[in-house]
Design a protein around this ligand. Structure first.
Ligand code: URP
Ligand code: ZN
Ligand code: ZN
Ligand code: ZN
Length: 459
């Protein structure tokens, strides 16, 4: 059914104007004043509302075997939650471990998503080791439409790569025109500090942050940047959490290293005191890099406002209370991660745009457009233009509400942002011309979401 969105205020990363949008099939075919709707068109009145391009979450975990358990969402629950919050595309980390075959892992991750997602998706392909099979397998995966890799400098002996493997991955990425995303923490230091703290009887969740201090993240970030500089590859630091790591990345940017920065929504709004509340309440807030001292929040907001931080993702990774309690004897066994896929856009809009910290165009850029550009999805995704996919978010800035586990769609028994106020929400969300959320109610079609093919970028 054709779709006409009337009377909204269109806001993209670089423009703002009132116009109607007409979509036929899966794409936007006309934008203009007083567009006529042929019979059979679904007409949506967006008077008093913004119309944003569909938001893109560049960093989520849906299927994830990790820390002796599995993250709780499926593509069905995760994509439904994403859409309710205005996210129409997500990039999942395809994360086979060092003990797995990469190509088998890739097929497994694809099979988990296929036919189950309500929204569009693609993968960053994790490189968890670099042996004689890796290069050929990665070439095959890139040829299949995956044009970004992921490396972990932490999680030694599971996802983590050593410096030699990082070098080989970056060298191949440079040749193939693939951007490499990286979790930057020094694995050796994390391991040593964990052992030291445990041996001193410091086993509670409040010791997680001291086991991976800011300097450890700064070292990982600086080392990743040096390897980019040396290989000429293009990189993207995921979930950057603190000023020393930002300084390291900015120093690299200043000397011309092609390095981009993602921060994730928890670090803008939560601080390490959440992980110091004792027991399972604290365990809910264990993630890596850890929640930091509050002074970092202003640094992140300012860097985001100025465009030094390129994107805001989630690192969505739900583990429930029972799973968190796997770490009741030792913080090193608490599954790392927090869900946020449903709330990222509303939180960034509320505490950024609505509360005066963030320009509305920078908001669209950081939550959608920039990720589309960096990861080979633009201009199909990330903007509102004739020829782009009709992924649209009609956003109601008059809505007032509160985040709660009681109303969430994420498959988890808590929400880390419980009680946070929201100054807006999506009232209508479309994916390739199909309405998935109408009047704030979910009406999506399972399996409508497609795996997006992405070409190498040769930055
Ligand atoms: O704590 C986190 N971030 N869990 C998910 C895995 C990762 O590091 O991205
Ligand atoms: Zn990570
Ligand atoms: Zn992650
Ligand atoms: Zn502006």
């Amino acid at each position: 059914m054709p779709l006409l969105i009337k009377n909204g205020e269109i806001i993209t990363a670089d423009s703002r104007y009132k116009a109607d949008i007409y979509a036929e099939g899966e794409t936007i075919t006309r934008i203009g004043q007083n567009l006529e709707a042929p019979p059979g068109t679904e007409v949506i009145d967006a008077t008093g509302k913004y119309v944003f391009p569909g938001f893109i979450d560049p960093h989520v975990h849906i299927y994830l075997p990790f820390m002796a358990t599995f993250a709780k969402d499926t593509h069905e629950t995760g994509s439904k939650a994403a859409l309710m919050g205005g996210t129409t595309t997500y990039i999942e980390m395809c994360c086979p471990s060092r003990n797995d075959d990469a190509l088998e892992g890739y097929q497994l991750w694809k099979s988990k998503a296929e036919g189950n997602s309500y929204c569009d998706y693609t993968f960053h392909m994790a490189v968890s080791k670099f042996d004689e099979k890796t290069e050929g397998q990665l070439r095959e995966i890139v040829a299949d439409g995956i044009s970004s890799f992921k490396i972990f400098l932490s999680y030694k002996n599971f996802f983590g790569v050593d410096d030699g493997e990082m070098y080989q991955t970056l060298r191949l990425a440079k040749e193939l025109g693939v951007i490499v995303t990286a979790h930057c923490e020094n694995a050796e230091l994390v391991g040593r500090l964990q052992q030291k703290l445990l041996s001193e009887g410091k086993t509670g969740p409040e010791w997680h942050e001291p086991s991976r201090p800011e300097a450890v993240e700064a070292e990982g970030t600086a080392r990743f940047a040096t390897f980019l500089e040396t290989t000429g590859a293009t990189g993207y630091v995921v979930h950057l959490s603190c000023k020393p790591a930002l300084d390291a990345a900015m120093a690299a940017k200043a000397r011309g290293v092609p390095i981009y920065i993602e921060s994730v929504i928890p670090h803008f709004l939560l601080d390490k005191t959440y992980a110091e509340r004792g027991g399972v309440e604290a365990m809910k807030y264990i993630m890596s890099p850890p929640l930091r001292d509050k002074r970092n929040q202003k640094v992140l907001w300012d860097a985001l406002a100025q465009g030094f931080i390129d994107t805001v993702g989630t690192d969505h990774c739900p583990f429930d209370t029972e799973q968190k309690l796997l770490g009741k004897e030792a913080f090193t066994a608490i599954p790392n991660g927090i869900p946020a896929i449903e709330d990222r856009v509303n939180l960034l809009y509320t505490y950024g745009v609505s509360r005066g910290r963030l320009d509305i165009h920078r908001f669209v850029d950081a939550a959608s457009t920039k990720a589309a550009k960096l990861f080979g999805l633009f201009p199909r995704k990330g903007t509102i233009a004739v020829g782009s996919d009709a992924d649209l978010v009609v956003y109601d800035p008059q809505y007032r509400g509160t985040i709660s586990v009681k109303t969430q769609h994420v498959n988890n028994d808590y929400n880390g942002f419980e009680g946070f106020e929201i100054d807006g929400r999506p009232s209508v969300v479309t994916v390739r011309g199909k309405v998935a959320v109408r009047d704030g109610q979910f009406v999506g079609e399972k399996g409508w979401g497609k795996l997006l093919r992405r070409e190498p970028m040769y930055f």
